[in-house]
Design a protein around this ligand. Structure first.
Ligand SMILES: [Zn+2]
Ligand SMILES: [Zn+2]
Ligand SMILES: [Zn+2]
Length: 167
């Protein structure tokens, strides 16, 4: 008689979980059979039924799962070393590699330089000048604020700060 190692029978002892087949639900009819799962939670929402405790727990577990760092599934390093490549790391929750980190720094540097290379134009004096609105108008036009507007802005900010302190 051949010796049969018990371990080989293990698969039979633990049946695979039967796939959950979503049962069709008539609109307006709440079916609690899925309670304690995320699907159950959704069912509460769909039917406007207050969430039961089991479903609340399931939902909490679901969001915990969802927001924990995901394995780098779907991440391909083909864009690495570019700024879009860096974004891919963020999207897939993969720590950025060195070429991508460098690409991001380079991108930020260029961006800052682009801003710096565009000096604000001299202020255009408008009707709103010497008011906060006038100051904002200069800003929108990428102009340096005129002196009167700068004063108005400083006053506005200090008033704003006192108001906040009083609140
Ligand atoms: Zn429930
Ligand atoms: Zn990379
Ligand atoms: Zn002005």
């Amino acid at each position: 008689m051949a010796y049969v190692y018990k371990g080989t029978k293990r698969d039979e002892d633990t049946p695979a979980q039967a796939p959950r087949i979503p049962r069709p639900v008539k609109p307006g009819e709440f079916d609690p059979s899925a309670c304690g799962t995320y699907a159950g939670y959704r069912r509460h929402q769909k039917h406007g039924v207050p969430t039961c405790r089991d479903c609340k727990t399931a939902m909490a577990a679901y969001s915990r799962d969802r927001y924990k760092p995901r394995p780098p599934k779907g991440f391909t390093p083909e864009a690495c070393g570019t700024y879009p490549g860096y974004s891919r790391h963020e999207y897939h929750n993969v720590p950025p590699c060195d070429p991508c980190k460098a690409a991001k720094l380079e991108y930020q540097k260029q961006w800052r330089e682009a801003i710096r290379s565009k000096p604000p134009s001299p202020p255009t004096i408008r009707k709103q000048c010497a008011t906060y609105a006038g100051y904002m108008r200069h800003q929108r036009a990428a102009e340096k604020p005129c002196d009167k507007c700068r004063d108005a802005y400083t006053q506005y900010m200090s008033k704003y700060r006192t108001r906040r302190r009083a609140a």
